[in-house]
Ligand binder design. Structure first.
Ligand SMILES: [Zn+2]
Length: 327
């Protein structure tokens, strides 16, 4: 049985490297393809060469989700080969009209970001910069696959699993006979960030990414998996323990944010700075929004307008909670 071959490509953002996976037979196929940058292009060529291939030999690229480090170089590879680019239904708009989709995400984020000027400016400048490493893909080269179904890759049938959370466009691929999972950024050795984005059903609203992430963990936990081929870092085997650890960690961070609000920290930026001292970043921002979403949904906190006019949070009166439980 042909194991996916890991191709590690450098990234400018986030995780330092990203994995593409290569199947040699029956047709040279890449799963994901890195950011569009010169170092990434060079690294791809070098690693293909080890398998007797050049970029022009790639016949198919399959994209797991519409994030720059996974889809960015697809347009360039397509321009230098006859490769078809396979994207799922939700990735399709990102594959052909990245600019509009990107603008939509930036607009949504600028509405959500606290007006703390420097932080907002840094994030928005970052978003602008990132999109340079991503080319659109010509429509005639694209094949669309469903969010759930099957794909044949490397001569084997893989199940397509829709696993939103890190990205609302994300699919994993599961090979049942070998118990292999090509997990994209759903299952990594580190907890994936629930990256904020416009909802697919209603793009004027944002997704509840962390809630989706927790549901997607459950979906993966139900599978019999022996080896994970993740979107970043090395393949690994202890899938269930990894998931348990990450889910526990998320729940303990939710409790930490609850305790901070309970102790009187009400302002979003104040909570963010306390929980991520000196590491305030885009992922931190997205995750805290997710923790607060869960607490709001559980009815344990509520949104309030603070005296300074900013949006804040308070704990829902404990006594009324107790009386609800005991009644
Ligand atoms: Zn990634």
């Amino acid at each position: 049985m042909q194991e996916p071959i890991r191709i590690e490509l450098p990234t400018i953002y986030g995780m330092k490297t990203v994995n593409a996976y290569l199947f040699l037979d029956p047709i040279p196929t890449l799963i994901d393809c890195g950011e569009k940058s010169d170092p990434s292009w060079q690294a791809l060529q070098d690693q293909l060469k080890e398998h007797g291939l050049q970029i022009k030999d790639i016949q198919r690229i399959i994209i797991t989700h519409a994030h720059v480090d996974h889809i960015g170089m697809a347009g360039k590879i397509a321009a230098h080969s006859d490769a078809e680019v396979w994207v799922n239904e939700y990735c399709y708009p990102w594959a052909v009209q990245k600019e509009q989709m990107w603008d939509r995400r930036v607009q949504l984020m600028s509405k959500l970001l606290p007006p703390a000027a420097s932080f907002k400016d840094i994030i928005l400048a970052f978003m602008k910069e990132v999109s340079k490493h991503w080319d659109n893909i010509p429509k005639e080269r694209i094949k669309v696959f469903p969010m759930n179904g099957q794909l044949v890759m490397g001569g084997q049938v893989w199940e397509i699993l829709y696993v939103p959370g890190h990205a609302n466009t994300q699919t994993c691929f599961y090979q049942a006979a070998n118990k292999w999972l090509i997990s994209a950024d759903m299952i990594l050795k580190i907890t994936p960030t629930a990256v904020m984005d416009a909802s697919i059903e209603d793009p004027t609203k944002r997704d509840r990414g962390l809630k989706d992430l927790l549901a997607s963990y459950k979906k993966i936990q139900a599978l019999d998996i022996e080896k994970v081929f993740p979107g970043h870092y090395e393949p690994f085997e202890d899938v269930q323990a990894t998931i348990r650890y990450q889910v526990n960690r998320i729940h303990s961070r939710i409790e930490e944010s609850f305790d901070l609000i309970k102790s009187g920290k009400q302002d979003f930026m104040d909570i963010l700075n306390t929980m991520y001292a000196n590491r305030v970043s885009m992922p931190a921002f997205s995750m805290l929004i997710g923790y607060l979403d869960v607490l709001l949904e559980e009815g344990r906190i509520q949104e309030v307008i603070l005296e300074n006019g900013k949006r804040g949070y308070t704990v829902v009166d404990a006594e009324s909670q107790i009386s609800l439980i005991s009644s």
